[in-house]
Design a protein around this ligand. Structure first.
Ligand code: ZN
Length: 470
């Protein structure tokens, strides 16, 4: 009799537990549906992006537009009625392009053809009359040692390694070429080059130059040489001319200038957690952009998606248990000062960040997330994956997260990056084609909801502390 009684109690408990799990599952699924519905039917991300792209435009660190973007996003976050909105001061580099660049190729017969170039961010200007010289084409920094000072000195070095088209993850193709742009000038200068021209980092063959950051490393001022990106179509043309005549010359004039650092800000807003306010979840993106386009994909999309995550929680009536913070980082593109400053202040204040999610890979159709976590934390995230299935979100992989949240890494915090479809990203990246029109409303909104959904699970269930799991 007693045995039977216990068996009934046991079965009853088991049933209640299963029922609780089912209703929990249903509740989660309904809440995720709500977040997606609100983003798609009553979203704000697209109109925010419209303003950021069309009313403010390119937001290079230290520019008036960057300052305007700080004020605008702060104002919009205040309108949401968050618990706290503030500006975090940070000193940033200031570099200006000046008048538009000018460049042409001089063929053996003396005829010239204008080509499309763009100074790389941080590059020194050419002499006022421009710079003209013979060209040495190389496929990468490693070629410089092969040619040596003898063949490089007094010439313009033309870095022309294209992005690999066979790599499905286009960021890998980018990563395989970006050293030419970032360190090409520094390395070529060591061999006495006059200047460098770098093939634009894009898969597309067109006449659009793509800028980006570069560094002279420790080079003294008098050894810094001008560096510009050339469009892919012009790069192919120059390369074909050089094959016909190694004496082909190149002329370019850059009008850029470096200034002392200026004061700027990260923009931060938060909904304070109801149960564990000391546990912080960050959603973020970088507010600055290059000056050529409007920075709509890079990273206006990420900015408005991150802001939208907090708004979606409010509109869905979901009060986060943990503190949900949006951080719009300043100066990712040419310095990462905002990301470094945020992490520094967080450490000084002993803040407990449990999760940070960045969107900085374009406003395209979301596929999933790249997650930087321990195996146990990653396994926890995988348990939530089935909830993403109805929205065609399937990519959950261990990997890198985002540049701005990277400095938060401390062995405990889980970092993640939203991973949208990346096939078209480098058509627009750092170029004047990166405009509002290049962003699709639905794709942008799906990205915001996808971020909100992952944040929902992290907020609700938290993570097993990292020290308990390796
Ligand atoms: Zn970016």
């Amino acid at each position: 009799m007693k045995k039977k009684f216990f068996l009934i109690i046991f079965t009853f408990c088991l049933l209640t537990e299963t029922q609780a799990q089912i209703s929990q599952h249903q509740e989660d699924s309904l809440n995720i549906r709500k977040l997606f519905d609100l983003s798609l039917m009553d979203g704000k991300s697209y109109s925010w992006l419209d303003y950021l792209s069309n009313k403010i435009g390119g937001r290079l660190s230290g520019s008036q537009q960057a300052a305007d973007a700080v004020q605008y996003t702060k104002g919009e976050l205040e309108k949401l009625g968050l618990n706290k909105v503030w500006l975090q001061p940070v000193m940033v580099p200031k570099w200006t392009r000046g008048f538009a660049e000018h460049a042409y190729i001089v063929s053996a017969d003396g005829s010239t053809k204008t080509v499309h170039i763009s100074a790389l961010g941080g590059s020194v200007a050419t002499p006022i009359q421009g710079l003209k010289g013979k060209v040495l084409e190389v496929k990468g920094i490693e070629d410089l040692a092969h040619y040596g000072k003898e063949q490089i000195e007094g010439k313009l070095v033309f870095f022309n390694r294209p992005m690999r088209p066979d790599l499905i993850h286009t960021f890998e193709a980018y990563g395989g070429c970006v050293d030419q742009r970032y360190s090409g000038a520094e390395e070529a200068a060591k061999y006495g080059a006059l200047g460098v021209i770098v093939r634009s980092l894009s898969h597309k063959i067109d006449y659009v130059p793509h800028t980006g950051s570069m560094s002279y490393g420790e080079l003294a001022d008098n050894r810094k040489i001008p560096a510009a990106a050339i469009s892919t179509a012009d790069a192919d043309y120059l390369s074909s001319l050089l094959k016909l005549d190694a004496g082909t010359e190149f002329y370019y004039k850059l009008n850029s200038k470096n200034f002392p650092d200026v004061q700027s800000h990260n923009v931060i807003g938060e909904i304070t957690g109801s149960e564990f306010p000391e546990e912080i979840i960050v959603v973020g993106a970088h507010l600055d952009s290059w000056d050529l386009g409007d920075g709509a994909h890079d990273d206006g999309a990420g900015v408005v998606q991150s802001m939208e995550v907090l708004r979606l929680f409010q509109r869905a009536g979901i009060q986060p248990k943990r503190t949900l913070r949006v951080v719009l980082f300043m100066n990712e593109e040419n310095g990462l000062r905002g990301g470094n400053e945020y992490a520094k202040v967080a450490a000084q204040n002993n803040e407990d960040h449990i999760f940070a999610l960045e969107s900085d890979a374009g406003g395209f159709t979301p596929r999933g997330f790249s997650i930087d976590a321990t195996q146990k934390q990653f396994d926890q995230i995988l348990k939530w994956k089935e909830h993403f299935k109805p929205y065609l979100i399937h990519y959950f992989e261990k990997g890198g997260s985002g540049a701005d949240i990277g400095p938060l890494k401390n062995g405990k915090v889980v970092l993640a990056g939203l991973r949208p479809d990346s096939q078209r990203y480098f058509d627009y990246h750092h170029a004047d084609t990166d405009t509002f029109e290049a962003v699709n409303k639905r794709e942008l909104e799906l990205g915001a909801a996808t971020m909100a959904a992952l944040v929902y699970f992290v907020d609700k269930y938290g993570f097993t502390p990292a020290e308990d799991n390796q």
